[in-house]
Design a binder for this molecule. Structure first.
Ligand SMILES: C[C@](O)(CO)[C@H](O)COP(=O)(O)OP(=O)(O)OC[C@H]1O[C@@H](n2ccc(N)nc2=O)[C@H](O)[C@@H]1O
Ligand SMILES: Nc1ncnc2c1ncn2[C@@H]1O[C@H](COP(=O)(O)OP(=O)(O)OP(=O)(O)O)[C@@H](O)[C@H]1O
Length: 267
């Protein structure tokens, strides 16, 4: 069976507090976008993982798909599987690529081997693999809170807009990005702010990582500014960076950015 894990963007992130488990409480809007990996798993002689496309840092046995396999195998009888991942979602981008692979792997194993997992069971496996992972079990627009793995569905449809994503030549570590932010309670929740008209978002909806990440990576700040100059209605870094998305009412001309960045149109 083959599945196509998609990336996400975060529209706003408020980091509201530190948790006793070392993580942070956040609020964010997750929105699925059309940048995909391809992931195949077939019953095999032994558990194997290989990949093509973008090089994935780290050892194959630490890949989140392998971790997901072991997690499910603790509770269910599973045959060995031969996994192939074609990696296309930029890594270290704030697009949740690794988390998407893990969640789609859980979905694939459930279907292929008819485990009959409930959504709640799949969410529980995903939550053990990473904070972003649970979102990809359903991969629908949601307001997320606590660690970013509890959800409230929202009605948000940007399909009439042109979404553009720019990946600059920079890499941001998620844990380092969290260390750079001083958590603060918010007066108005993103759950309400997201209902404001799109043209107002730039004045109210912020990503708390931007301030400290922009200090260390001027190139990312520059990309956001360039998107507004090109006519974006709203632009923001996604997650802890380094990618930046822009929402436009028509396809912008970003050819100057294409010289030094990877640009994805109509995501
Ligand atoms: C920045 C976001 O992408 C926004 O959606 C996520 O919060 C990050 O999610 P993720 O990459 O799946 O995060 P994990 O792999 O679970 O954790 C990586 C590191 O980020 C920090 N972390 C993550 C999530 C969270 N709510 N609080 C944290 O402090 C922790 O230091 C953790 O060691
Ligand atoms: N299937 C995978 N694809 C990509 N990275 C993976 C995968 N499995 C494990 N990893 C590890 O996770 C790290 C980055 O993961 P990912 O691509 O999710 O980060 P990101 O784009 O910064 O997303 P986010 O911060 O939103 O979770 C890589 O450095 C790699 O070592």
């Amino acid at each position: 069976m083959i599945v196509f894990p998609n990336a996400k963007i975060n529209i706003g992130i408020n980091i509201t507090g530190r948790r006793p488990d070392g993580y942070h409480n956040i609020e964010t809007i997750f929105y699925p976008v059309r940048i995909y990996d391809a992931l195949e798993a077939l019953p095999g002689k032994e558990l194997r993982f290989n990949s093509s496309g973008l090089a994935i840092p780290g050892r194959a046995e630490d890949n989140l798909c392998i971790k997901a396999y072991h997690l499910i195998k603790n509770d269910h009888k599973l045959p060995a599987v031969d996994i192939h991942l074609h990696k296309h979602i930029p890594i270290g981008a704030g697009l949740g690529g690794g988390s998407a692979d893990a969640a789609f792997f859980i979905r694939l194993i459930d279907q292929q081997f008819e485990l009959g997992l409930t959504t709640e069971q799949k969410l529980n496996y995903a939550r053990q693999l990473g904070a972003d992972c649970a979102f990809f079990i359903e991969s629908k627009p949601v307001f997320a809170f606590e660690k970013g793995d509890q959800f409230e569905p929202i009605k948000l449809d940007l399909s009439k807009c042109c979404l553009v994503l720019v990946m600059p030549p920079a890499h941001v570590s998620t844990s380092e990005a969290y260390r750079g932010v001083k958590p603060a309670e918010v007066k108005y929740s993103l759950y309400e702010l997201i209902n404001e008209p799109l043209k107002e978002w730039r004045y109210f909806i912020k990503n708390d990582f931007e301030e400290s990440v922009f200090k260390n990576h001027a190139v990312i700040r520059g990309v956001k500014a360039a998107l507004y100059e090109a006519g974006a209605i709203y632009a923001s870094m996604s997650g802890s960076g380094a990618s930046v998305f822009g929402i436009f009412d028509k396809t912008p001309d970003l050819s100057p950015l294409e010289k030094t960045n990877q640009v994805f149109y109509n995501i």
